[in-house]
Design a protein around this ligand. Structure first.
Ligand SMILES: Cc1cc2nc3c(=O)[nH]c(=O)nc-3n(C[C@H](O)[C@H](O)[C@H](O)COP(=O)(O)OP(=O)(O)OC[C@H]3O[C@@H](n4cnc5c(N)ncnc54)[C@H](O)[C@@H]3O)c2cc1C
Ligand code: FES
Ligand code: FES
Length: 1345
């Protein structure tokens, strides 16, 4: 081989074993390598862009200079494998398994980390769990007894869509040196303080894990760092390494000279450091760099020098290292010298998550020149400079306004690198501060940030020098020079600052269509951050005795932080009856059956199945136009690319080319015309995922745009674009009631959609068996039967030839029903044509683009009410944005009408709902199925009534609540007793009366922080209004050794259905839980299943399993009677000999539910689940940021089968609701392109969003004759209770408005993002911003729904 073609050998360790790679490809990430090459599938793909933490692993490196081994967490999805030479990687598989756990005592840290999350019920679907485990494991390797704050910060880079984080925090709280105890089931004892259970041991609870039962912690027993790597680091002959891949070559020099020489030879080649920017460009923007130069082994880039005049930090230092260096400096230097250092530290603690901070470098951040870099504004304001070097020499350049020359551009010459950054110590009389505001408190790029510095004449308040830099308000870091000129030479007082604000409004502007949108908000933030700086400086001047006087006490709230300390939470649930057998697990807090498998990474998800021989990968080509005719599809280039096997379109479908949902056809692949961006047009099949992706990008689809694109519901209404039927419902005499009402008020609220953001993206593997047209489909779906049918119809074969298998799902929330069946059809077609196994796993961006979301809804209402608060009439119109295909939208709008009464007995009401057909991706089921939207509209209406009357909202709610056995508006009789009990108990538990007074006092005393408190009730119907969907079946086998295999129609997606079903089987067969196994959900074991949805899974499948077990129990009864002293095993063995069948099916017919839309009456639900929730928030009126201070939730879920699982569902749903109503925003371009395609742009709640105190109480003494063991469905109902946070926020905003002289109802659309909350506060800063000329300029994003 010619020298030029040579690739070096890469050597590193994974879980204690040496790995050598002779053909390392620079494009291969550690995650891909672990999963594909090493078959270590514990680390998960959640986003591929460093935003979710599912891929977290620990990296360890030995530093020969300090002789230290450094352990740090990283995102394997961004770590190039070529960067790993000499490193030790520890994955979740390396720290413990359920096999090793079976061994006697293993005092390893890993076991603790894995066990504690499992025992604390901190895993539901389990997809995020390995990442959580590895983040905490790494923390504990570095600090065995961390503080609670460190735990919280460590988890900041890990997202979970199921749990609501509380149990994860509680589980890991037990590692803290001094932690407050958790209070499960009211118990004051807990694992944390060593005198009680982490799970309740009292009152008949089975599992205990008090600290004394948890294995002692001994970090010295951990996997040792491979000695060979120490030897390598100390003695290895260091030489340049080169790794050549298909498209890129990676060169890793060992000296600065060599690096500079390479850079001069290849000036266009980037210098890769943390790869957190470069990696994203390569992955998501298709950028190709033929040569990449790694600066990772160049020591000079990591040098840190402390001098009296400041600190010089090597540009290669990771942000975590920079943080440690700054912390050390701040501790050792006099306070007056640390202003810039402390301001930088402040920003660094908010940059990304820990995994990113551990690899992203200072130089990389500066050179990337992000418009919203958190560091650049402070570095610029703080008089910092950079040393740039090329072969020509060094130059020191100030990091000021002239350094950043455009989007992603600096003054760096192509052959130059950033060698180091110099941060000067601050001077006497200098004050430096940094602020940022982001859509989420942590792990989110800033919307606007600022670095501000002022230097005063000695001993005076006259400004000598000042710098103000902003990020997020232009293509690069922006200097507000003209504003500064207004201040220099003047005293630091309000008059000076007033002039500065005026100058700033003129100087820092944004056009109405500025990228990123939020124009008015961003501009107002520049002012409010300056105001905050003003107060900080004023405080500083006072503290340093330069000027007298105080910041007025009510203004102080502008500089105070929002509360942040997570308190222990309190949970209370029913105890099992005193006489219940010890073995009977029903009603007990049994751990999720797969929790340990989740925590050890052993749990198998669809994409974890090993690759089969000859397996291919499928990638779909999607439409780039919202409405167009396809004139030609050119696949020639794609077909000629490496590894490509097939490209097919709708013409190649042998069977049905469409799917019918609710009787309306939907194309599988577009035929002739596309109706939204993201619609699937054709598919490419290749030998590997990268090849399939590259080829799908090479398919050229030619379009001819069609007129009349419709995006908003208003446009749809205007053009009569609907999916039919529309629905309406009427009760009483609305016209008369309006005439007689004391007040009539009209209002509206817009609700944005919501991305499911299940952590496991859509995944499937189809294997043609090669005989009799049989196909085996492994899919991550909530509805295996629908997948089976869809595949059979598409291929034109009988359903009997297709089996669908679901082991488990990494979260679904309604998004894995219809959409998965279409994707599975396409994948099956590929397998059918190629006669080879085909896998399809959507990338996060594709998944978000293609699969739709929760329906955005516009609700318009007219309400009539009396002066005492009684609502006497309501007329409500709902317009749901269905997108371009019908999917289940008509069912969604039906449910919208059925739930519109929520808890209120409104005797005269009429309502209509419509599914609007638009040119956006097709929306689909999402936890709650329209209920979270309709209830929001109704509660907003009730809230408006309260605002018009100037009364507390809970008073109006209470006044209108159902009080006695009543008929709903569709004439279903029910008894609201438990609704009222939940309501009363919630008010009492939350101490509402006292806290309302406290809130009022707080608001009086604070101008810039406001509090709000709200209580919200819910009545939620359980079951499918389409009666046939309520059936379920099961199959139970008892094997000769007594072990039991249960199959049922429900799929396990984190909701714990398998655990609950095991509990049912254990009770019915009277055998211990450990005897019962559930392997998978399969259409060949249990046919014709219904979707696991509508909170009805356990109700239906539990009953079917109960039926099967009772049959078996009866069959064994004679044998038991013959041998009463026998054992289960002996009875089973005897039964076999006596030829008694040990296998039985079970069936549950379900309730006869129906809804007659002509008569407008029915019994669409089996029963109602009730709950009430009180939340209190504190709002920062200057930025719209808020914190949920406390939440108390009381839920009536009958007799819980498993209270821990149910509480997990309650908390997880609540947090999803909190996300829906206050955070999560889908943004589309004016031409219908989804902008928000990953965790970087779409923010779901993270650990920082958990209510600081979150108490959950399960209503005692509740019984439900309509469901198994008197339980109730709980998966969906409490999602709406996240709106208690919205309404508390609205109240806080109202208090701010009152200070601004505004009163009465006002519009606050959902989600109440910081932008909306801040603008609604109508502060003097938002009022200073002139309205953008939206009529002449197209805004950056569509205003939906
Ligand atoms: C999930 C996520 C969240 C983030 N959140 C934040 C945040 O909240 N705030 C924030 O400020 N940033 C944030 N970032 C951005 C992050 O800080 C930057 O990507 C990072 O600092 C870049 O450093 P790197 O070493 O990874 O650069 P790389 O990706 O390795 O390189 C990026 C660019 O910089 C150039 N470069 C790197 N080092 C040098 C050098 N020494 N000399 C010359 N050129 C060089 C490269 O040529 C390349 O063009 C986030 C990034 C991610 C992925
Ligand atoms: S998969 Fe790596 S952070 Fe999301
Ligand atoms: S358990 Fe965390 S994402 Fe499902």
């Amino acid at each position: 081989m010619a020298e030029q073609q040579r690739s070096d050998v890469l050597a590193f360790y994974v879980n204690g074993k040496k790995v050598t790679v002779s053909d390392a490809d620079p494009e291969t990430t550690l995650l891909g390598f672990l999963r594909q090459s090493l078959r270590l599938t514990g680390s998960k793909y959640g986003c591929g862009g460093g935003g979710c933490g599912a891929c977290t692993v620990m990296l360890s490196r030995y530093d020969p200079q300090t002789k230290h081994i450094h352990h740090f967490s990283v995102n394997a999805c961004l770590m190039p494998v070529c960067q790993l030479h000499g490193a030790a990687v520890t994955t979740v598989e390396g720290i413990g398994s359920t096999k090793t756990r079976l061994h006697p005592v293993q005092p390893y840290l890993c076991v603790h980390v894995q066990e504690r999350i499992a025992k604390a019920h901190g895993s539901q679907c389990g997809f995020c769990t390995p990442g959580m485990v590895m983040s905490i494991y790494t923390l504990l390797r570095n600090k065995p007894q961390p503080t609670m704050e460190e735990i919280r910060e460590t988890l900041g880079g890990n997202l979970c869509r199921c749990t609501g984080y509380r149990p994860i925090i509680e589980g890991y709280r037990t590692f803290c040196e001094s932690e407050n105890c958790c209070r499960v089931n009211g118990s004051a004892g807990c694992a944390a303080n060593g005198n009680g259970p982490l799970e309740p041991a009292e009152n008949g609870q089975t599992e205990t894990s008090g600290k004394e039962k948890l294995l002692p912690l001994d970090p010295t027993q951990e996997l040792i760092f491979p000695p060979e790597l120490i030897r390598m680091a100390e003695s290895e002959e260091r030489a340049t390494q080169t790794f050549r891949g298909e498209r890129m070559t990676w060169i890793s020099p060992i000296s600065l000279d060599e690096l500079l020489q390479l850079k001069s030879q290849h000036p266009q080649a980037p210098v890769v450091m943390g790869n957190t920017n470069l990696g994203l460009d390569i992955k998501f923007k298709g950028v190709i760099h033929p040569i990449i130069i790694s600066g990772f082994r160049v020591r000079e880039l990591f040098e840190v020098t402390e001098k009296p005049e400041g600190v010089c930090i090597g540009a290669g230092s990771s942000l975590s290292t920079v943080r440690s260096v700054l912390e050390k400096c701040v501790c050792s230097l006099p306070a007056e010298h640390t202003q810039t250092l402390a301001a930088l530290l402040e920003q660094l603690s908010h940059v990304a998550g820990e995994q990113i901070r551990n690899v992203a470098t200072l130089g990389g951040n500066i050179a990337s020149a992000y418009p919203n870099s958190d560091l650049n504004p402070v570095l610029a304001a703080g008089r910092c400079s950079v040393v740039l070097q090329s072969r020509e020499g060094k130059r020191e350049v100030p990091l000021d306004k002239d350094f950043f020359v455009g989007f992603g551009k600096t003054v760096l010459k192509p052959d130059e690198i950033v060698l180091s950054v110099f941060i000067p110590v601050s001077r006497k009389g200098e004050v430096v501060r940094a602020f940022r505001h982001a859509p989420r408190k942590e792990n989110a790029l800033a919307t606007v940030n600022a670095g501000l510095r002022v230097w005063f004449e000695e001993g005076s308040n006259v400004v000598k020098e000042m710098s103000v830099y902003y990020g997020g308000v232009g293509p690069c870091t922006v200097s507000a020079e003209r504003t500064v000129q207004q201040v220099i030479g003047r005293p630091w007082n309000e008059a000076t600052l007033s002039d500065a604000y005026r100058a700033l409004v003129d100087e820092v502007t944004l056009g109405a269509s500025a990228p990123g949108g939020k124009v008015m908000f961003r501009r107002s933030l520049t002012l409010s951050l300056l105001f905050r700086f003003y107060l900080h400086v004023l405080q500083h001047l006072k503290d340093t005795n330069v000027c007298e006087g105080e910041i007025p006490s009510e203004q102080l709230s502008a500089v105070e932080r929002l509360p942040n300390i997570i308190q222990p939470s309190y949970h209370e649930f029913q105890d099992v009856p005193s006489g219940q057998s010890e073995q009977d697990p029903v009603g007990r807090a049994v751990q999720h059956q797969a929790a340990l498998s989740h925590a050890t990474g052993e749990a198998v998800y669809c994409d974890d199945f090993p690759r089969t021989q000859g397996e291919l990968f499928l990638s779909v080509v999607t439409s780039a136009r919202a409405h167009a005719r396809i004139t030609h599809i050119d696949v020639s280039r794609a077909l000629s690319m490496p590894g490509v096997v097939d490209v097919f379109t709708a013409d190649d479908i042998p069977g049905k080319k469409f799917r019918s949902f609710t009787g309306i056809d939907e194309e599988i692949l577009a035929q002739g015309e596309v109706t939204c961006v993201g619609q699937m047009v054709c598919a490419v099949v290749a030998d590997t995922k990268p090849h399939a992706k590259l080829a799908s990008a090479a398919v050229k689809v030619h379009y001819e745009d069609l007129p009349d694109r419709i995006f908003t519901v208003e446009e749809a209404v205007e053009k009569r674009s609907f999916f039919l039927p529309q629905r309406e419902i009427q009760r009483g005499d609305v016209t008369k009631a309006f005439q007689e009402a004391d007040h009539v008020y009209e209002g509206e609220i817009r609700l944005g959609g919501q991305e499911h953001f299940y952590m496991e993206t859509q995944s499937m593997l189809v294997i043609p068996l090669g005989e009799e047209k049989e196909m085996k489909v492994y899919a991550s779906t909530q509805h295996p039967t629908m997948v089976q049918e869809a595949v059979a119809e598409t291929l034109g074969i009988p359903s009997s030839r297709v089996s669908c298998h679901v082991k488990r799902i990494g979260g679904a929330f309604g998004g894995k029903v219809t959409k998965t069946s279409i994707l599975a059809s396409i994948t099956a077609l590929a397998a059918w044509r190629s006669e080879r196994p085909v896998r399809c796993v959507l990338d996060r961006g594709e998944d978000m683009l293609i699969t739709g979301a929760r329906h955005p809804v516009l609700g318009k209402y007219k309400v009539g009410f009396m002066s005492d608060g009684r609502i006497t009439a309501a007329d409500v119109r709902y317009y749901a944005n269905a997108g371009h295909t019908p999917d289940e939208s008509v069912l969604v709008i039906e449910k919208i009408l059925l739930h519109m009464d929520n808890a209120y007995n409104i005797l005269n009401l009429c309502s209509q709902s419509a599914a609007c057909k638009t040119n956006l991706p097709s929306n689909t089921a999402f936890r709650g199925f329209g209920v979270p939207q309709t209830l929001m509209v109704i509660e907003n209406m009730v809230n408006d009534v309260a605002m018009v009357l100037g009364r507390p909202a809970e008073e109006i709610r209470e006044k209108n609540m159902y009080k006695e056995t009543s008929l709903t508006h569709y004439k279903m009789e029910f008894d609201p007793e438990n609704l009222l009990r939940c309501w009363e108990e919630c008010k009492e538990r939350s101490e509402l009366d006292r806290r309302r007074l406290d809130v009022a006092r707080f608001n009086q005393q604070n101008r810039w922080k406001k509090r709000g408190i709200a209580v919200i009730p819910i009545k939620y119907g359980i079951g499918f209004a389409e009666g046939f969907l309520n059936q379920a079946a099961a199959l139970v086998h008892i094997y000769k050794d007594g072990s039991v295999l249960v199959s049922h129609g429900g799929t396990e997606m984190g909701q714990g259905i398998h655990t609950k079903v095991q509990q049912v089987a254990s009770r019915e067969l009277d055998v211990p839980l450990s005897m019962i196994h559930i392997s998978e959900t399969s259409t060949s074991s249990v046919p014709n299943t219904c979707p696991s949805a509508a909170s009805f899974g356990t109700d239906a499948n539990g009953m079917a399993v109960k039926d099967a077990c009772q049959t078996l129990y009866k069959r064994l009864e004679p044998i038991r009677k013959q041998d009463p002293n026998g054992t289960w095993q002996s009875w089973v063995a005897k039964a076999f000999l006596e030829r008694i069948s040990l296998s039985a099916t079970g069936f549950y017919r379900g309730h006869d539910l129906y809804m007659d839309w002509v008569k407008q009456e029915g019994r669409p639900y089996a029963y109602f689940t009730y709950a009430a929730c009180c939340s209190e928030v504190e709002l920062d009126c200057l930025t719209g940021e808020y914190r949920t201070v406390r939440t108390d939730l009381v839920a009536d879920i009958g007799q819980s089968i498993n209270p821990s699982i149910d509480i997990g569902q309650i908390e997880g749903a609540f947090m999803q609701g909190l996300g829906l109503y206050t955070m999560e925003e889908l943004k589309f371009s004016p031409s219908g392109v989804l902008y928000t395609r990953g965790p970087g742009q779409y923010k779901i709640p993270a650990v920082c969003d958990v209510p600081l105190q979150f108490n959950v109480y399960l209503l005692s003494g509740s019984h439900n004759p309509h469901a198994i063991y008197s339980s109730k469905g709980i998966g969906e109902p409490t999602l709406f209770l996240g709106s208690s946070v919205f309404f508390a926020l609205k109240e806080a905003v109202a208090a701010a408005r009152s200070d601004a002289g505004l009163s009465g109802p006002f519009t606050l659309h959902s989600p109440a993002t910081p932008e909306r909350a801040c603008v609604a506060c109508s502060t003097c800063f938002t009022q200073m911003i002139p309205q953008a000329e939206t009529e002449t300029t197209q805004p950056w994003a569509l205003e939906l729904p």
